[in-house]
Design a protein around this ligand. Sequence first.
Ligand code: GRF
Length: 194
Amino acid sequence: KRLAVFCSGTGTNFKALFHAIIERELPAEIVLCLSNRLQCGAVDFAREYGIETMLLSEKQFATQGDFARAMLDALRERRIDMILLAGYLRKVPDEVIAAYPDKIVNIHPSLLPQFGGHGMYGMRVHEAVIASGENRSGATVHFVNEEYDKGRIIMQNHVPVLAGDTPETLAKRVLRCEHRLYPDALEKLLAGES
Ligand code: GRF
């Protein structure tokens, strides 16, 4: 399967996926790293691994429609089968979601449906989990649909919230969990289960 990974940030999930594909000999290849930010860790990893990188941002286009068509063209030109969002902080245009039904996947650093939705990203998720008094959090891999963080859940994994946790200590524990969960979810999808 030909994969495109969409990133905006440090790219630790991108890196974990890249290594898992090799180590687990998954039937997949990351052929494109698409980012809306030129300077980001994921693009650096992609360059290091010899993976094509592309900057694609709404700011480059007169209309949202032009942006969506440019994204669709880029995906079709490379015969992309699946899109993995990994720390991608923009909404995927509805036209792209419609063109790739049950083929766009995202990872979110909480146990959805709790603590999801627009604006719940980065440290905000972990601040909210701690403030809620929950004694466990985790990560969720789900299909992307037109509503933020609402697509069908593919796989989840839990981590404890410990007394004295700060958003940073919880974020670190959840991120480690993500780095195992995302490859596990990808393996399951590639095996034809979902
Ligand atoms: C992670 O918390 C991930 O769940 C969210 O973006 C954060 C950073 O991911 N989607 P990465 O290090 O850029 O992969």
